[in-house]
Design a protein around this ligand. Structure first.
Ligand SMILES: [Zn+2]
Length: 125
């Protein structure tokens, strides 16, 4: 999503990282399975490395001759799973409405209006 229109008239932009009004969520029904899949793939790489079949594992996993260091590989495995599992959440900085992406692949959002005014920034610690 590069921009989203809020009912209050504000346009919410998503054209960079570290947006203070954006977050991500993962359905609880997928949470534990997600970490199981990540752990299984990282463990598979470790086993291949210990067995000396690291190149074959990398070739099968990436379907290419990609090479990368351990940190980059683990990062790639984790993000690969998280990016597919997560939904985006935006809070309008103007009115506080929370826009939650649907899981149906439509790229549409459900909107929720906060009870309190002024609204609390839900992503602020
Ligand atoms: Zn708004």
């Amino acid at each position: 999503m590069s921009m989203l229109g809020c009912s209050c008239g504000k346009t919410i932009y998503d054209n960079t990282d570290h947006l203070p009004y954006k977050g991500h969520a993962i359905a609880d029904t997928e949470w534990f399975e997600l970490f199981d899949r990540i752990s299984t793939e990282v463990a598979g790489y470790i086993r291949a490395r210990v067995a000396g079949t690291e190149r074959q594992w990398l070739s099968e996993y990436f379907r290419s001759d990609a090479t990368m260091d351990d940190t980059e590989l683990v990062h790639t495995i984790i993000t690969r799973h998280l990016l597919h599992a997560r939904i985006d959440i935006y809070q309008c900085p103007n009115c506080g409405r929370v826009h939650i992406e649907r899981r149906d692949g439509s790229r549409l959002f459900e909107r929720f209006t906060p009870d309190a005014a002024p609204h609390r920034d839900i992503f602020q610690k």
